[in-house]
Design a binder for this molecule. Structure first.
Ligand code: NDP
Ligand code: PYC
Length: 339
């Protein structure tokens, strides 16, 4: 058996979409999911790449997501809030439906929000941020997940790994984008360590007895830790407040109660904020996009790298040479297609 297989980006997209269609998902759901998973592999973000296909199918089989859902746009005319009811389907097609209205509203008002309710969400947030930076907008995206992270000073899972992403548009360069879990690492990273039989770095997790552990199994059964101590703990809590409680959707503990397991993709809401930098700077000296370039140059000038630089380099490589999957990953995709 070959160790690796290299596929073009469209070939991987078609393969992932075919798996979802064979599992009974609609074109709207299957297409949006295949795009985000393929983008994860293309950008070498393995924690939200093809390994997530299995979890999606498990969640469909468990009846915890509607594979045929048709999201509904509730434009909220006259307000800054665009809402999409995902109708129990995945967040990604709901986002694709809502983003044109969000961008138009942000350009008209200076800032606007997209609220997505009643969705299953398992993906990286940077594709959503980039959909807005592509339109010249700055953006923030956040959502809860399920209770797997102990607040700083505590020992029991309560907060989610609650991802937070930010993007800033640039004229002649890929956007400035960061996207991370508010836990030390995404739960997907812990799972990938478990599969590879590798210990975790110290400081990532506690075991079920509340003691520090580097054993991925023990970490999955215990609690993950927030990044940056009390600071990450507070940001994770803010996400529970804004992207769960404020939008009338499930908090991470409520998601875990609803699913009864972290082996299924979490069901909750999502909050996306879009800003038009030009509108915020009206009447002030200096173009905000130009001033931002001065800041980025100063960062890079010190030898630091911008977030997403690694990802954009991986994307350029995949676009030129294709996406390389391990034999195990290919076998898994073949197996899931045949199911
Ligand atoms: P990482 O720690 O891998 O990366 C976080 C960010 O920091 C990336 O934007 C990365 O850019 C950047 N970065 C890393 N190293 C440097 C550096 N030396 N200098 C500057 N920037 C740097 O992310 P996580 O493991 O925390 O999260 C991974 C993914 O998991 C995210 O996409 C997140 O959305 C997703 N996630 C999704 C959840 C969900 O419920 N849907 C829950 C939790 C996480 P680069 O990529 O270029 O390295
Ligand atoms: O990697 O932490 C994670 C995660 C949780 C839900 C989706 N991804």
């Amino acid at each position: 058996m070959r160790d690796t297989t290299t596929l073009t980006i469209p070939a991987l997209l078609a393969r992932v979409e075919a798996i979802f269609r064979t599992a009974g998902m609609s074109t709207i759901q299957a297409g949006a999911l295949a795009r985000v998973i393929t983008a994860g592999e293309r950008d070498n973000c393995k924690s939200h790449g093809v390994y997530r296909v299995e979890g999606v199918l498990r969640t469909v089989k468990a009846g915890k997501v509607n594979p045929l859902a048709e999201p509904v746009l509730l434009p909220g005319e006259g307000t800054a809030i665009v809402r999409v009811d995902a109708q129990g389907g995945f967040a990604n097609p709901a986002f694709e439906l809502g983003v044109p209205a969000l961008a138009a509203r942000a350009k008209a008002l200076g800032l606007a929000a997209l609220v997505i309710n009643d969705c299953t969400h398992f993906s990286a947030l940077w594709p959503e941020v980039e959909a807005l930076t592509d339109q010249g907008l700055a953006a923030m995206v956040m959502c809860p997940s399920y209770a797997t992270v102990a607040p700083t000073g505590g020992t029991q899972p309560l907060l989610g790994t609650n991802p937070f992403a930010f993007g800033w548009p640039r004229r002649d360069a890929p956007p400035y984008v960061f996207d991370f879990a508010t836990s030390v690492a995404a739960r997907g990273e812990i799972e990938l360590h478990r599969r590879a039989g590798k210990p975790l770095p110290e400081g990532w997790a506690l075991d079920a007895a509340g003691q520090p552990t580097t054993d991925p199994e023990a970490a999955l059964a215990g609690a993950m830790l927030p990044f940056g101590g009390h600071k990450g703990s507070a940001i994770g809590t803010m996400i529970e407040l804004l992207a769960a409680i404020m939008i009338g959707d499930k908090t991470s503990p409520e998601v875990l109660d609803y699913l009864g397991s972290t082996s299924l993709a979490p069901f909750h809401g999502e909050l996306i904020l879009a800003f038009d930098p030009a509108r915020f700077a009206e009447g002030r000296a200096g173009n905000p996009l130009d001033r931002a370039e001065t800041l980025f140059e100063a960062i890079v000038g010190q030898g630091a790298r911008l977030p997403s630089q690694r990802r954009f380099a991986a994307r350029a490589m995949a676009q030129a040479q294709g996406i390389t999957l391990s034999a195990a990953e290919v076998a898994q995709l073949d197996h899931l297609l045949a199911q």
